[in-house]
Design a protein around this ligand. Structure first.
Ligand SMILES: Nc1ncnc2c1ncn2[C@@H]1O[C@H](COP(=O)(O)OP(=O)(O)OP(=O)(O)O)[C@@H](O)[C@H]1O
Ligand SMILES: O=P(O)(O)O[C@@H]1[C@H](O)[C@H](O)[C@@H](OP(=O)(O)O)[C@H](OP(=O)(O)O)[C@H]1O
Length: 305
């Protein structure tokens, strides 16, 4: 019998959309998902993934919080590898430009360091991150994976084929809806998962977008969509200038307020940095393709009656 327990004062994060989740059982054990500390609603604790994925994500978040010089000075291993191909390629971020680091820090969650917690009888390391949903009374939350290619440059043939066959429409659409949660007024949470996202293709993905962005009220939809476009443009502006990072299988997290006595106040943040590679001076055309297409699809919602 596998012990199932969380430390005192911790709960699973109810507003987690995608990623590793305790509802998934692998080899008789539940996956470790994101935790909330009851005493600090402003943060989440995201489990550090095993191997290169976890190292990569921690290296990126550390770079953003400490700044490149400080991270290197503190002797942290600011590096990343991929285990997908069996090769071990470690990156330092010494060629990452300071302005790119500072710009990325503005469009993602703040990293507050690592914390070890005992979950289900084993110690696990967690990344403490600002919870981007915490400023909202009743959030509506959508996760969109951005980029027409979701495998990294070290992925072997099997991984490449798995990723491509997962959602063939990605090549055209450039992004994938991973799911959403909407807090309705009667304490009900409406949830959609990745199968919902995959049910849309290049012919009708606007329908899925509309379902999420019209959740507050049909009258507010244009406001919510227009604000989302403004936020996407902030991200696009950073990508147009930055030459330090290439992102694979990374997401944009959209959050807005469902409480109609308040403004929608949409926020858009980059999340999931488990496959980030040095750009070596080249723009991230893969991610930018996704951003352009997402913007176009959202723009088309504005011309609906
Ligand atoms: N800073 C954050 N604030 C609020 N929610 C977040 C934050 N970071 C992640 N999440 C939530 O957690 C979910 C999973 O995050 P993420 O994709 O980073 O996890 P993962 O386990 O690395 O995923 P994958 O297995 O796809 O690589 C997101 O869909 C989002 O709902
Ligand atoms: O382990 P990696 O290299 O990071 O690769 C995958 C990636 O992170 C995806 O986000 C994930 O889920 P989705 O594509 O469903 O979002 C996928 O799950 P899968 O193996 O269940 O397809 C992972 O294999």
């Amino acid at each position: 019998m596998v012990e199932e327990s969380l430390p005192n004062d911790y709960d699973w994060f109810i507003d987690q959309i995608a990623g590793h989740h305790p509802s998934v059982i692998k080899n008789g054990k539940r996956e470790i998902g994101i935790l909330k500390n009851r005493n600090d609603p402003s943060i989440i604790l995201k489990p550090k993934q095993s191997g290169g994925r976890g190292e990569c994500e921690v290296s990126v978040y550390s770079l953003l919080s400490a700044g490149r010089t400080a991270s290197l000075r503190n002797g942290q291993k600011v590096s990343s590898n991929s285990t997908t191909s069996g090769k071990n390629k470690w990156f330092d971020w010494e060629h990452a430009r300071e302005e790119d680091i500072q710009g990325l820090a503005k469009i993602t969650a703040k990293f507050h360091g690592l914390q070890t917690l005992r979950v289900d009888g084993e110690d696990h390391e967690f990344m403490v991150l600002t919870d981007m949903t915490s400023p909202y009374t009743r959030p509506a939350i959508l996760d969109i994976k951005v980029g027409k290619r979701t495998y990294d440059p070290l992925a072997d043939r099997e991984k490449q084929e798995k990723e491509v066959s997962k959602y063939p429409a990605l090549e055209i659409i450039g992004f994938r809806l991973l799911g959403y949660k909407v807090h309705r007024s009667n304490n009900q949470i409406e949830s959609k998962d990745k199968e919902w996202g995959k049910s849309y293709d290049e012919t009708n993905v606007e329908k899925g977008l509309y379902e999420f962005f019209s959740a507050r009220s049909v009258e507010d939809t244009k406001e919510v969509v227009s604000q989302s476009i403004v936020q996407i443009d902030r991200v696009t502006e950073w990508f147009a200038a930055q030459r330090s990072f290439h992102f694979f299988a990374s997401s944009l997290l959209f959050v807005y307020e469902m409480d109609e006595t308040k403004l929608p106040n949409i926020s858009v943040s980059m999340i999931d940095f488990s496959h980030v590679f040095p750009a070596e001076g080249h723009p991230d055309e893969n991610y930018e393709h996704g951003l352009i297409h997402l913007r176009e699809r959202l723009q088309s919602l504005l011309s609906r009656d």
